[in-house]
Design a binder for this molecule. Structure first.
Ligand code: X8Z
Ligand code: ZN
Length: 633
């Protein structure tokens, strides 16, 4: 291992020292030299990060820190050559200008070596705390299993709080240090703070981007509120009104089957509207039919190839980590897809044999198929048209995969299907428990983070600001009080990993728009929730065309290509249309149930009957970007 890392480091240095004297090259020669250097350096940093993520030790962490300090010389060198060579002013073609603007956008590498070292170290320390966190001897995977399966209110509460107690609190001092260092890097590159850097590069002004996202949230929030009200009734039946019906109308956050209440699919059996009608949860069938991780990934691959995509390269199957290693080493279990920029693509995932993970497999492969389609583009274009595109590809496929007729076709539903409304409602509920539920959550996390980066939220307010947003947007409450020492945001992967999160909200919207457009390309008529594009080459070809563009054009142009001209903007109408039957069902159910819908916002006392929250997505801070180094999603 050590020798391998030393070799990597030597190769790295070689990749970093091939720059020609500034100004001696034409713009296109210089861009080629940038591309050549990125093609050398990116696979190397990728390997070092992979070695860490699949075996978290002090040694792999130290190697990763050293490599990332080494790697950061590259973007700094590129930016200084750019300035010294005057290449921006000399660029004439569309591609020269776009490539240069992409090289510049969002760069936050600090100029000071000391700060780079702090950044590298706090990032890997935060990741190690997260990856090795255990409560009562159980890691996150095991704790998540309890949250998914237990129906014991007190046990759920203990596990929910325990993970935060152990990991959140330990992350807090590291995160404070990290925020200072990353903001210094942002300022070195002309940004007010890291949040501002993240929001740069969406092919539109940060204000317009935020207005677009905030409008979309407003469109879908009424649906979430109905779902919230419905869940309140069903969970009260199970756990008792005294536990679920709080004075302010929020629901305790620990009873939704998920550590962050961001996907309620694991309590689908509690929330299933018609318990005697066909369910859309294939866990039982997967287990019964002896599925293992590889078979689940093969099933997903077959979906993509049915659209006309190539199978995964053989190295995907030999180099990926598809199951949690049995040898007891610590790994980062949070699923991710990796592009090594040389045709080598991998997934790292502790795949469990259940419905939720079958969906995640399709999500991760969406990243990989995007990587494979744009692999011949220059390196700066080898990424999503925007980061929310990258997150939307696999999710778009999920919308076809989940269709009961499709699941029947691939043998994961064995009972006869009916065409009745009850089956439709069960099905829509299952989809909504994943996709509608995640909308307020994916919107709010970066609202919190941008305020932290900008300094509006100071460390003593980290916890309060986080929960204020959860109460406001999700209508959920912490099952026990906390103090400023608590840091529940740090107990969510993307915060210590420093992965931007608004991308998942964008993807939540986009996938329904892509689905509508691909179904049209497939010649589907009838409701969109009945459409599966499985085996449809016309839909596949249209999507492929967009994927192959990578980031070579604006995301609006890419969207227009991928949707056959149907859309060039993010909008929640497709979501609302898709779920029309469920919305009707929920409104009728909630009107009859007698449960008071809605909740009051954090810090306010309910007056009179609880009102439905207006869910105005709040003042409009701004948005985000992508990480430059190794490409993981
Ligand atoms: O992090 C992920 C993927 C990798 S990009 C597994 N997701 C978000 C999360 O888990 O919080 C997918 C859904 C949202
Ligand atoms: Zn992803």
């Amino acid at each position: 291992m050590r020798t391998k890392l030393l070799l990597a480091s030597a190769a790295f240095a070689a990749g970093l020292t091939t720059a020609a004297p500034a100004g001696s090259l034409t713009v296109s020669e210089w861009l080629k030299s940038v591309n050549d250097r990125l093609e050398v350096a990116d696979p190397i940093i990728g390997e070092v990060q992979w070695a860490y993520s699949t075996n978290v030790t002090d040694e792999t962490a130290a190697a990763q820190d050293a490599a990332s300090i080494e790697y950061s010389k590259l973007p700094l060198a590129i930016l200084s050559e750019l300035a010294e060579g005057g290449y921006e002013a000399k660029a004439t073609t569309f591609d020269e200008k776009r490539l240069i603007s992409l090289l510049k956008a969002g760069s936050i590498t600090p100029k000071s070596n000391a700060t780079q070292a702090v950044l590298a170290k706090t990032l890997s320390d935060m990741s190690s705390v997260y990856a090795s966190g255990k409560f009562e001897g159980k890691d996150l995977d095991e704790l998540s299993g309890i949250l998914a399966e237990s129906r014991d209110y007190e046990e759920l509460k203990k596990v929910y709080l325990g993970w935060r107690e152990v990991v959140g609190r330990a992350e807090k001092p590291l995160y404070e240090k990290f925020v200072k260092a990353t903001n210094e890097g942002a300022r070195d590159n002309g940004y007010a703070d890291t949040g501002a850097a993240w929001r740069d590069g969406y092919d539109m002004t940060p204000e317009d981007f935020m207005a677009m996202m905030s409008k979309a949230l407003g469109q879908v929030q009424p649906l979430y509120e109905q779902l919230h009200c419905y869940a309140k009734a069903k969970l009260s039946d199970l756990y008792g009104k005294e536990k679920i019906m709080t004075a302010d109308g929020t629901i305790p956050a620990h009873v939704f089957g998920n550590m962050w209440s961001q996907d309620w699919g694991n309590i689908e059996s509690i929330l299933r509207p018609y318990p005697d009608v066909q369910a859309v949860d294939v866990t039982e069938e997967l287990v019964k039919q002896g599925y293992d991780a590889v078979k689940m990934h093969r099933l997903s691959e077959e979906f993509y190839t049915s659209l006309g995509m190539e199978p995964m390269p053989e190295s995907f199957w030999t180099k990926s980590m598809l199951v949690k290693p049995a040898d007891g080493r610590t790994v980062e279990c949070h699923a991710s897809a990796w592009d090594f920029y040389n045709g080598d693509v991998r997934i790292k995932m502790c795949t469990r044999i259940n419905h939720e993970d079958l969906m995640t497999v399709h999500h991760e492969q969406g990243h990989i198929y995007y990587d494979l389609q744009y692999k011949d583009q220059p390196v700066p274009y080898r990424t999503g048209a925007s980061d929310f595109f990258h997150e939307a590809i696999g999710d778009t496929m999920q919308l076809s995969v989940l269709v009961p007729k499709h699941l029947k076709e691939v043998g994961l539903i064995t009972k006869e299907l009916t065409d009745g409304l009850e089956q439709t409602i069960n099905f829509q509920m299952a989809v909504a428990l994943d996709k509608i539920v995640s909308m307020p959550w994916t919107y709010l996390l970066d609202q919190w983070r941008w305020d932290v980066y900008s300094g509006k939220t100071t460390p003593d307010m980290y916890q309060k600001a986080y929960w204020d947003l959860i109460e406001k947007h999700q209508g959920l409450s912490r099952p026990a009080p906390s103090t400023a020492e608590d840091f529940d945001a740090g107990a969510k992967y993307h915060v210590p990993a420093n992965t931007p999160y608004i991308r998942y909200f964008g993807a939540n919207m986009l996938q329904f728009q892509f689905h509508a457009a691909l179904c049209k390309a497939a010649g589907h008529t009838g409701p969109l929730h009945e459409c599966s594009i499985y085996k449809n080459k016309a839909a596949g070809a249209q999507f492929k065309k967009m994927l192959a563009m990578g980031r070579s054009k604006t995301w609006q142009e890419a969207m227009s290509v991928g949707t056959g001209g149907m859309y060039d903007s993010v909008d929640g109408t497709a979501v609302v249309d898709y779920f029309a039957p469920l919305m009707t069902f929920l409104k009728e159910f909630n009107a009859k149930s007698g449960v008071k819908c809605g909740w009051t916002q954090a810090g306010t006392t309910p007056t009179g009957p609880p009102t439905t929250t207006t869910s105005t997505p709040g003042p409009t801070p701004t948005k985000c970007h992508r990480k430059k180094a190794a490409k993981q999603h």
